[in-house]
Design a protein around this ligand. Sequence first.
Ligand SMILES: Nc1ncnc2c1ncn2[C@@H]1O[C@H](COP(=O)(O)OP(=O)(O)OP(=O)(O)O)[C@@H](O)[C@H]1O
Ligand SMILES: [Mg+2]
Length: 299
Amino acid sequence: MTQDESRTGTGREAREAAAERAAIAVRPDEFHHSEAGSGAREKVFELKGIDVRYSGVAAVKGISMDIHRKDVTALIGPSGCGKSTLLRCLNRMNDLIPNAEVQGELLYHGEDLYGPTVDPVQVRKLIGMVFQKPNPFPKSIYDNVAFGPRILGRKDDLDATVEHALRGAALWEEVKDRLEDNAFGLSGGQQQRLCIARCIAVEPDVILMDEPCSALDPISTGKIEDLMIALKDEFSIVIVTHNMQQAARVSDRTAFLMVELDADEQNRWGRLVEYDDTEKIFTNPADQRTEDYVSGKVG
Ligand SMILES: Nc1ncnc2c1ncn2[C@@H]1O[C@H](COP(=O)(O)OP(=O)(O)OP(=O)(O)O)[C@@H](O)[C@H]1O
Ligand SMILES: [Mg+2]
């Protein structure tokens, strides 16, 4: 990372920016998978009893769920229940947090994502991430999108790649005449779509989004939501959101997590309460706690 690329601010922002750069550093050959097969829904991820601890203290326990290909899967639940922690397991971003420890089995296209031969840098290229706060690089709009393809040595047709990614992120019409302008001159909603364009320019398999709209106005939010629905034709998407309407609007499946306390209320950790089709979670959930949460009674 060069000095001018480093984002000032919190350690977390710096970590996220570093992860994003690391994510597009290598073109992997691993994990290539076939197109959706016969009948059964193809699983992108299979989580089997995932526990995450920070400095030995559990943050989530016993998470088991399958995430399907070309679905939008939403993770919802109150603050601190472990949504971001769980999302970071899916592209091994917890590896970058020194005190974090992931246990349990996590398969990605049937292979152990945490296996000894798996390169986390390659993983993070295939499984891209969009963060809560848009984090464009201090470069031109064009160079932001071209950054990943250039690192991967894909210099042919770079203009076409950039245009394709910007169109895919529903930003092309707004920026086509100012591609050489600095990305910081874009609005927050445009910057977030630029970050999505940067992510899709390297043709990932999965896009993880951690509250991608929480800093955006309703119009920009609507654009990103439309975008998510359009992108799932090509990518599998996992999104963390506090916005119930958003989860209901964009996702196919919804996982509801909650904080659980031990008997003497000294320790707390996140648990998966219910995971089902989004329509079921929002209209007829099996668990009373889900009902209370999605109807706004608690949270
Ligand atoms: N780097 C870290 N070091 C120590 N503890 C952490 C770290 N990151 C998260 N935690 C703890 O893990 C638990 C789950 O946090 P996490 O950020 O995953 O929750 P969340 O559901 O995403 O919350 P929010 O909705 O507020 O973003 C919390 O108790 C949090 O304090
Ligand atoms: Mg979070």
